[in-house]
Design a protein around this ligand. Structure first.
Ligand code: DGJ
Length: 697
């Protein structure tokens, strides 16, 4: 049992492999946080202190660690829940009413029932434990059992308490073409807020927090959490004057209220969280394992070719077929036809909403291309942007009321498009039917679902910020029920939609429109702190790169993209025989190491050199791969030392270097390390190694 309840003193102790979390019910029926950190043996030693006031200006609610602070009373710190009742009361006063425990193979769930003192308004705090992954997840369900509507002004999934000050906080900043730029800052007095107000999890901040005590990859305490939400989120980190740091995450209350009609309930998105006393590597592994095993599909991701950068909107059946031939010659397993195949889609100006095949571009129908792709033994994928409509499209002309807008205002366009109000049943039905028809009529294996603008002018509804994305989750889930073999890729102008909410719903994720192989090293490194490698699509594209203008050798570009789920986006019709031959070799090598890359454990290795090497290791059972990059040498000809992680000390490993095979012990490779010297700008190497099997006999 991972949930232990000491009924003597009302203490709940939740434990996973190496972490414990505890709270209790105090003498007033309020939940008090007691502990989060390294595993504790039993609930016996934990006590719930009774509430005593220290000074009138430090009200008791302020100095006590509330497990789920609600709005009201002498509470001035951030609250998780604020409700307004029909009579104007904007205060919650809850009482503890009991608990339930439920157990399944991979998880255990504790539900703590709270109820308002006066109103028939219930709050169920949910604690999900995933012992095998050393992770927990908190969420809250609220139920309006009064006779009148209740307005919810804020709902955060949880508050977590860290018993330290001066922590380091990490997240990402960024923008289009520069997602996942990691930053770390010291937490001091006051608050740090990360959020998104655009309706997607966004290029800017990402819905997770990492708080550490000067941890490194392999040492030190790290407290972390990731919100399972793709829409507007908010995360607040607050170092209080009382010697602790609080974190809350949940739905953003910016421009948001939710009305619960009598009898209605609502569940806030889960906040997945964990603790590591051995640095960031353990944090990443726990999250990656959970994502790979519990959320994602088990099969390996195909090597894809996407024609976007080669042809942009100017697609024709004949040219796509030529590209398909080249893609298959190279070794691609999936051919994706991107934007431009439908309606009057010749640029960003028109077409979105008119989801019929453009006859001028496909005079013999889409079947001609699909058949050619299938005939070449590849899967077929297609791009859509279902949530959007161009003002000129027939769909908008016929249904001007289907978009988010205000009657008295000029409606915003961005990339010449409006956003459809997905929460309207008729819009949801239109989108579902459009995709269902597409998947039923054509032999499609892969949908790339794009979204190229933020949401604005949401009309009178103030709950669309969560309901829009919930509808997308539902539509995709339903489509997958009917078309179970189809893979769905989430893309939002590049990497605008990756988070632990969408991770289980979609299958593939476009990391960034920035395909510059050097910039990608930073993006991918940062992405890997929270998201698994299998969820990181990376393409090789042409040089000079359209964004950076950089020219990088094709080998380095391949190596950088091989760190994730490999794709190619070059205009391969222009490839020289040498480029084609190199591509064939790289793709074939990728297929060989793919199980280790996509299903192995990923290690960000230390670089002891003054030269800026990027060093990574992938390890799955007896097989491993090292990636080494040296974008530019700074200090003469210095090499580096690759100290591998997590090998077996007394086992021998064969390392396949460019100079030949080397056999070394696990201890040597981990502690002494493998000397490596790359030379020249944009030098890179992929080195395979494996545990040596001793001959029996
Ligand atoms: C943005 C995506 O990130 C690109 O990969 C491409 O699909 C374009 N949209 C198409 O409009």
């Amino acid at each position: 049992m991972s949930v232990t309840v000491n009924t003597e003193n009302n203490v709940f102790l939740l434990s996973t492999a190496s972490t414990s979390y505890a709270f209790g019910v105090d003498d007033r029926g309020l939940l008090r946080h007691l502990y989060w950190g390294k595993k504790l043996p039993s609930a016996e030693e934990l006590e719930v202190p009774s509430l005593t006031e220290v000074s009138t200006n430090d009200p008791v609610f302020e100095i006590t660690p509330g497990e789920f602070p609600v709005h009201g009373g002498l509470r001035y710190k951030e609250h998780c829940l604020k409700a307004a009742f029909a009579d104007g009361t904007r205060e919650l006063v809850y009482q503890y009413c009991g608990y339930d425990v439920e157990q399944e193979e991979n998880w255990e769930k504790l539900v703590v029932h709270l109820k308002d003192d006066h109103y028939e308004f219930c709050i169920d705090l949910q604690y999900l434990l995933y012992p095998a992954y050393d992770l927990m997840e908190r969420s809250v369900v609220i139920r309006n059992q009064t006779e009148s509507p209740v307005r919810i002004d804020r709902i955060h999934s949880a508050q977590l308490h860290i018993p330290y000050e001066n922590l380091n906080f990490s997240n990402v900043h960024g923008h289009w073409g520069a997602e996942q730029q990691r930053f770390t800052q010291k937490v001091s007095y006051g608050k740090i807020v990360i959020e998104n107000r655009r309706g997607i999890s966004s290029h800017n901040h990402n819905p997770y927090f990492i708080l550490d005590r000067d941890a490194t990859e392999t040492s030190g305490e790290v407290y972390f959490g990731a919100l399972r939400l793709t829409g507007n989120f908010k995360g607040i980190v607050e170092q209080t004057p009382y010697g602790e740091t609080l974190v809350q995450m949940g739905l953003n209350d910016h421009d948001f209220t939710l009305e619960l009609t009598p009898g209605e309930s609502f569940q806030a998105p889960g906040l997945l969280f964990g603790y590591s006393d051995s640095g960031f590597e353990t944090m990443s592994h726990n999250l990656h394992h959970f994502a790979r095993k519990e959320l994602m599909r088990q099969e390996l991701k195909p090597v894809l070719y996407n024609s976007w950068e080669a042809t942009e909107f100017h697609v024709t059946s004949q040219e796509q077929i030529k590209l398909a031939h080249k893609a298959s010659e190279m070794g691609a397993e999936l051919f994706v036809l991107d934007d431009g195949w439908f309606g009057e889609r010749h640029s960003t100006q028109n077409g979105l909403g008119n989801w019929y095949v453009n006859e001028g571009k496909f005079p013999n129908g889409l079947e001609e291309l699909v058949d050619a792709v299938k005939g070449l033994g590849m899967k077929f994928g297609i791009w859509v942007e279902p949530e959007m409509v161009n003002p000129k499209a027939q769909l908008y002309q016929q249904h001007p009321d289907w978009i988010y807008h205000y009657e008295t205002r000029v409606t915003d366009t961005s990339r010449v498009q409006y956003v459809l109000n997905m929460t309207k049943p008729e819009v949801r039905e239109f989108i579902y039917n459009m995709l269902d028809n597409l998947l039923t009529r054509y032999d499609i294996d892969y949908i790339k679902w794009d979204a190229n603008r933020p949401i604005s002018q949401t009309g009178p509804q103030t709950d669309i910020w969560c309901k829009h994305i919930q509808t997308i989750y539902q539509v995709v889930t339903e489509l997958k029920k009917k078309h179970p073999d189809v893979l769905f890729e989430a893309c939002a102008s590049g990497g605008g939609r990756i988070d632990y909410g969408i991770l289980g719903i979609f299958d593939d994720f476009w990391t960034s429109d920035n395909t510059d192989a050097y910039d990608r090293l930073y993006i991918q490194d940062s992405y890997s702190t929270v998201y698994p490698i299998k969820a990181m699509r990376a393409w090789v594209t042409d040089c000079p790169n359209f964004l950076s203008g950089r020219v990088i050798p094709l080998t380095f570009r391949y190596h950088s993209a091989m760190m994730g789920s490999l794709g190619v986006g070059c205009n391969i019709l222009k490839f020289s025989p040498e480029e084609m031959e190199l591509s064939q070799r790289m793709i074939s090598q990728y297929k060989q190491i793919r199980p280790v890359i996509q299903d192995g454990d990923f290690y960000r290795l230390e670089n002891p050199s003054a030269n800026g090497y990027f060093l990574y290791e992938y390890l799955k059972d007896d097989q491993g791969v090292i990636f080494a990059f040296l974008p530019q040498s700074k200090v003469g000809h210095r090499g580096t030392t690759v100290r591998l992680r997590n090998l077996e000390e007394n086992e021998a490993y064969t390392v396949y270097t460019s100079q030949g095979e080397v056999v070394k012990s696990g201890s040597y490779l981990m502690y002494h390390g493998l000397p490596l010297r790359l030379a020249g700008d944009y030098a890179s190497a992929v080195i395979r190694f494996e545990k040596k099997h001793t001959q029996k006999g």
